[in-house]
Design a protein around this ligand. Structure first.
Ligand SMILES: Cc1cc2nc3c(=O)[nH]c(=O)nc-3n(C[C@H](O)[C@H](O)[C@H](O)COP(=O)(O)O)c2cc1C
Length: 270
């Protein structure tokens, strides 16, 4: 029973969840969505089960996940599931968006089940990511959720994705504006003299949106706003406007730079 899980991850939460589920369900390949999305046209996975693991952005899907899902034909798949990681809420509306996109896509086949996992929030423009005991407790809960999700996937459990009126209002009010500006959001990013030219930002960008020029990152305006470059910079030299200076950087403690590298499938441009 072969499972393919497509994942998109900025700071490692979604990758940690994809890995956790895959450990429990046996034969499974993890495919970075950033590189899978480079294939043109309709994507037909050769697997019995397909999962999509993604963070929630403004109670919806990252733009690249939405676009990719719209080209995914799951009509030949036995079991399809979605897993959303999020700092607080919005998982249900993101899963409903995913389900609707898949149903409207080439396979006209939606999800059999959908799961949300609360993890430390990484939206540094708005808040400090939790640290210390709070972070540890959240990650412990997330580990338990992964086992439960893996159990449901093994059983190919079917479930209706819940509808939350509040999430749906947030999605309708905030998501369209977010998506409209997301690729250009990197225009507010800057790098200061703490930059050591290590190139980590370019390596961890899941969509290959950073080129090192003269030893410093240049953003190429096809940003997904995952904030990996800001969170993973070893010297905290990257900021988004004035809001991120001094805020706690975060990445999942079980996922390092090596794990996050290469999601785009492109070597970092020099
Ligand atoms: C642009 C952006 C928007 C976000 N919007 C939400 C949201 O609407 N609801 C929420 O609970 N978390 C939100 N988050 C937090 C992430 O969904 C959460 O931290 C996720 O686990 C990050 O996954 P990753 O480490 O795989 O990138 C947002 C994060 C970013 C960067």
């Amino acid at each position: 029973m072969m499972t393919t899980m497509y994942y998109f991850s900025g700071t490692g939460n979604s990758l940690a969840v994809a890995k956790g589920i895959s450990r429990d369900i046996g034969e499974c390949e993890l495919v970075p969505l950033g590189s899978a999305a480079a294939a043109p046209g309709v994507i037909v996975p050769a697997a019995d089960r397909v999962g999509i693991v993604s963070p929630v952005y403004f109670a919806g899907l990252p733009s690249i996940v939405a676009d990719f899902s719209g080209r995914l034909d799951l009509s030949g798949v036995r079991y399809a599931f979605g897993v959303m990681t999020m700092g607080g809420s919005g998982g249900s509306s993101a899963l409903r968006q995913l389900d609707a996109i898949l149903k409207g896509g080439p396979g006209t086949r939606g999800l059999d089940s959908g799961f949300s996992v609360r993890m430390p929030g990484n939206y540094l423009l708005l808040y400090n990511s939790p640290g210390g005991k709070k972070c540890e407790a959240m990650l412990l809960d997330a580990d338990r959720s992964m086992h439960e999700i893996a159990g449901a996937v093994r059983k190919e459990a079917k479930m209706t994705i819940p509808w939350s009126p509040l999430q749906s209002i947030i999605h309708r009010m905030m998501y369209p504006r977010f998506v409209a500006g997301v690729h250009e959001a990197d225009r507010s990013f800057s790098v200061d003299d703490r930059c050591t030219s290590c190139g980590t930002c370019a390596e961890v960008c899941p969509v290959g949106n950073i080129r090192m020029e003269g030893g410093h990152p240049t953003w190429l305006h096809h940003c997904e706003q995952c904030l990996a470059c800001i969170h993973l910079c070893p010297t905290e030299a990257i900021q988004a406007g004035k809001k991120t200076e001094g805020r706690t950087r975060y990445h999942h403690p079980g996922i390092g730079i090596e794990d996050l590298k290469g999601q785009s499938g492109k070597p970092p441009s020099k």
